[in-house]
Design a protein around this ligand. Structure first.
Ligand code: ADP
Ligand code: MG
Length: 615
C-alpha cells in the first residue's frame, strides 16, 4: 500500500475523485434497489454527497446518503487492504504518475487512495433498510478496527484525518476547484460545506452545491467543454488518455434517449480477452441500471465506451430482456451508425487520428465485415490494407484506392493472406503479379482470412486470392507469344510433372506448370473453392481437426532447379530434389515441415554432393 500511495503522490487530489465516485455509485445502487423496495429510501429519496472540511480538527469528511454498508460489507469491501487489486495495480503501473493515477479506479482499490493524504481514515456507515451502524478505522498499515455504532443517517461517511502537510485540502477554494473538475458530469449533487466562520449571516445556506447535478449526457452539447467530456470518459473507461473522438446525441420523438459514445485512443489491455469488459453503461430515466451492457453494441465495436440513457425502457430491464427488445434494437442500430459515421469522419478529415484509430482497432473493426452484413459496405470503406504498392509498415490502402489504380482490363481484386507481412511480401505467389505491375493486397492480420471470405466483391469487382485456383494473367495484359511457347514448355516438362506427382503423392494432389512464378522454383496452391492453406494453418494452430485437402504443386520451368530435375537420371537425386521442391514451398508460405530432419539431410546431400571427402 505504501508503494501505491507513494507512486500516486504527485497526483494526490485523485483521492477526492475516487471517494466522490464511490458516493455516486452508492447513490446509484440505492436508486436501483429502491425500484424493488421503496422502503429502502426511508422516506428520503433526495440523494447527494457532502464534503466538509474541519480546520481545527484537520479532518475532511465525505458523506453520502446512498446504499451504505453493514459490518460484514465494510469488512469485505474495505477490510483486506492488501487485496489482489493492489497487486494488480502495482503490476500495471507505468511509472508515469499521472497516468497511473487515472487507472486506479480500474482495479477496485480507489478507496485506498484516501491514505495518500490521510494517516488515519474513519468510515461510518449504515446500510439502507438496516438499523445497526458500523465504524471502521485504519491507519493504512494493514490493521483495522470495526465496531458497532449508532448512526441515525443512512449511508456512508468517510473521515480523513489529514497528514500534517496536507492542509491544502482544508482550503475551500482549492476543494471547490477539485470537486468541480471531478463531479461536473455527475447526476449526484455535491455539496461543499462552509466553515461557520465563512458564513456571513446565520441564515445563509451552510453549503454550496458545486456541480449542477445533471448528468453530462443530458446537457446540451454547446454547453459542454472538451475537458468535461474527457473527465466523464476517464471515469467510464479508466483510461488515462483523452478519447480520440466522441459522438453525443439526444434523440426525441417516437423514442427518447441520450447517447454518448467514445472511441478510445489506445486499445485496453483486454481487447482480445473473450471475457473482457465490453458494452455501454445503461441508464433508464437517469437511474443507473447496469455497467457493460454488451447488447447495446455488436462485438466488433467492443472498444467503444459510453452511456445510453433511455426514457422508454422499463426500469426493471434485465440483461436477458435486452437480448430481444425492440427499443434496444433501435438504439443499437442507431448507435452502430453513429460510431461508424464518427470513424468515417476521422478517415476523411483527420488522417493522423484515423491512422491511430486503425492501428489500435482496425483488426477488431474487420470482424464487423462478418458480424454485421447490414453495415458491411460502410465498414469496407473504412478498411485499410498493405499492398504490393504501399510503402511503410502501416496499412494505408483502401479498397477504393486499389480500384482507382487498377487497369481497366483487370476484372478482380487480388489479395494474399499470410502469417505476417514479411512472409506475405516475400511470397512466391506474388512474383508474376509483381513482374507485371499488378497490385496485390497483402493481408496478415489473424482475422483477415476469415474476413476476406465474407467479402464476395467490392463495387462489382470480385476478390481473388493469388494462392488459389488458376491465374490467367494474360487476361489482364496480353502476352502475344504465350500460347505457342506454353505448349512447347508443357511438352518438355510432361515427364517431370508426372514423376513429381507420383513422388509427392502423399503431399500433393498433382504437379503442374505455374503462371505465377518468375523467380522461385515452386509454390503450393489450392483449388478455387478449397480452404486456403493459411486458414488451414490457423485452424490447426487453434487445435482444430482439418480434413487436410492436398494442394497442387506448381513449378517454374524457368528455374535452373527444374532444368536439373528434367535432366537427372539418378533416382535418388530426383527424389531429393523433388522433395526439396515441395518442402521449400511449404517453408516459403510460412508453414512447418512434418519432418525437418530429413529436409536438412536432403539439402546437405545435394549441396555437398560434389565436395571432397571429409578428412
Ligand atoms: P471500487 O469502487 O472500484 O469497487 P473502491 O476501493 O473504490 O473500489 O471501493 C471498494 C468497495 O467499497 C466498493 O465496491 C463498495 O462496495 C464499497 N464502498 C466504498 N465506498 C462506499 C460508499 N461511499 N458507500 C457504499 N459502499 C462503498
Ligand atoms: Mg471506487
Amino acid at each position: 500500500l505504501h508503494l501505491m500511495i507513494h507512486s500516486l503522490y504527485s497526483n494526490k487530489e485523485i483521492f477526492l475523485r475516487e471517494l466522490i465516485s464511490n458516493a455516486s455509485d452508492a447513490a446509484d445502487k440505492l436508486r436501483f434497489d429502491s425500484l424493488k423496495d421503496e422502503s429502502l429510501l426511508e422516506g428520503d429519496g433526495d440523494l447527494y454527497v457532502e464534503i466538509e472540511a474541519d480546520s481545527p480538527a484537520r479532518t475532511l469528511t465525505i458523506r453520502d446518503n446512498g446504499i451504505g454498508m453493514n459490518s460484514a460489507e465494510v469488512v469485505d469491501n474495505l477490510g483486506t487492504i492488501a487485496r489482489s487489486g493492489t497487486r494488480k495495480f502495482l503490476d500495471a503501473m507505468s511509472g508515469e504518475q499521472s497516468q497511473d493515477a487515472q487507472m486506479i479506479g480500474q482495479f477496485g482499490v480507489g478507496f485506498y487512495s484516501s491514505f495518500i493524504v490521510a494517516d488515519r481514515v474513519t468510515v461510518r456507515s449504515r446500510r439502507a433498510g438496516e438499523t445497526q451502524g458500523v465504524q471502521w478505522e485504519s491507519t493504512g498499515e494493514g490493521e483495522y478496527t470495526v465496531s458497532a455504532i449508532d448512526k441515525p443517517g443512512r449511508g456512508t461517511e468517510v473521515v480523513l484525518h489529514l497528514r500534517d502537510d496536507e492542509s491544502e485540502f482544508l482550503d475551500r477554494t482549492r476543494l471547490h476547484h477539485i470537486i468541480q473538475k471531478y463531479s461536473e458530469h455527475m447526476s449526484l449533487p455535491v455539496r461543499l460545506y462552509k466553515a461557520p466562520a465563512e458564513r456571513a449571516k446565520d441564515d445563509e445556506p451552510a453549503f454550496d452545491v458545486v456541480n449542477r447535478g445533471t448528468a453530462l449526457w443530458l446537457r446540451s452539447k454547446s454547453d459542454i467543454t472538451d475537458e468535461e467530456y474527457h473527465e466523464l470518459y476517464r471515469q467510464l473507461a479508466y483510461d488515462p488518455e483523452p478519447p480520440l473522438a466522441w459522438v453525443h446525441n439526444r434523440v426525441e420523438g417516437s423514442q427518447e434517449y441520450a447517447s454518448l459514445l467514445y472511441v478510445p485512443a489506445k486499445p485496453p489491455f483486454d481487447l482480445w480477452d473473450r471475457d473482457s469488459r465490453r458494452g455501454l453503461k445503461l441508464y433508464v430515466r437517469r437511474v443507473f441500471i447496469m455497467d457493460d451492457a454488451d447488447k447495446l453494441l455488436p462485438t466488433y465495436l467492443r472498444f467503444v465506451r459510453g452511456v445510453i440513457d433511455s426514457n422508454d425502457l422499463p426500469l426493471n430491464v434485465s440483461r436477458e430482456l435486452l437480448q430481444s427488445n425492440r427499443v434496444i434494437d433501435k438504439i443499437r442500430g442507431a448507435s452502430v451508425k453513429r460510431v461508424l459515421g464518427l470513424i468515417a469522419g476521422l478517415a476523411e478529415k483527420e488522417p493522423e487520428k484515423y491512422a491511430q484509430f486503425y492501428a489500435a482497432f482496425g483488426p477488431v473493426l474487420k470482424e464487423g465485415v462478418v458480424e454485421d452484413p447490414d453495415n458491411r459496405d460502410a465498414i469496407l470503406k473504412l478498411l485499410r490494407f498493405h499492398s504490393t504498392q504501399s510503402a511503410g509498415d502501416a496499412p494505408t490502402e483502401s479498397l477504393a484506392d486499389y480500384l482507382g489504380r487498377m487497369p481497366e482490363s483487370q476484372e478482380e481484386i487480388y489479395y494474399l493472406t499470410a502469417e505476417n507481412l514479411g512472409t506475405a511480401k516475400a511470397s512466391p505467389h506474388l512474383e508474376a503479379f509483381r513482374g507485371r505491375g499488378i497490385e496485390v493486397l497483402l493481408l496478415a492480420d489473424r482475422v483477415d482470412e476469415w474476413m476476406i471470405n465474407a467479402i464476395p466483391e467490392f463495387e462489382g469487382k470480385p476478390l481473388k486470392s493469388v494462392a488459389r485456383g488458376d491465374v490467367e494473367l494474360k487476361d489482364v495484359i496480353e502476352d502475344p507469344q504465350a500460347e505457342g511457347e506454353k505448349a512447347r514448355v508443357a511438352a518438355l516438362y510432361q515427364d517431370v510433372i508426372e514423376r513429381l506427382g507420383e513422388l509427392l503423392k502423399t503431399h500433393v494432389s498433382a504437379a503442374r506448370l505455374s503462371q505465377r512464378l518468375t523467380e522461385s522454383p515452386a509454390c503450393l496452391v489450392v483449388p478455387e473453392n478449397a480452404m486456403s492453406r493459411h486458414l488451414e494453418r490457423l485452424l490447426r494452430q487453434a487445435g482444430e481437426q482439418v480434413p487436410g485437402s492436398k494442394p497442387i504443386l506448381e513449378i517454374n520451368p524457368n528455374h535452373p532447379m527444374l532444368a536439373r530435375l528434367r535432366e537427372t537420371t539418378d533416382e535418388t537425386d530426383f527424389a531429393d530434389m523433388g522433395h526439396l521442391l515441395y518442402e521449400q514451398s511449404v517453408l516459403a508460405e510460412g508453414g512447418q515441415l512434418d519432418d525437418p530432419a530429413s529436409f536438412v539431410k536432403r539439402l546437405n546431400r545435394l549441396v555437398f554432393r560434389d565436395s571432397p571427402a571429409a578428412a
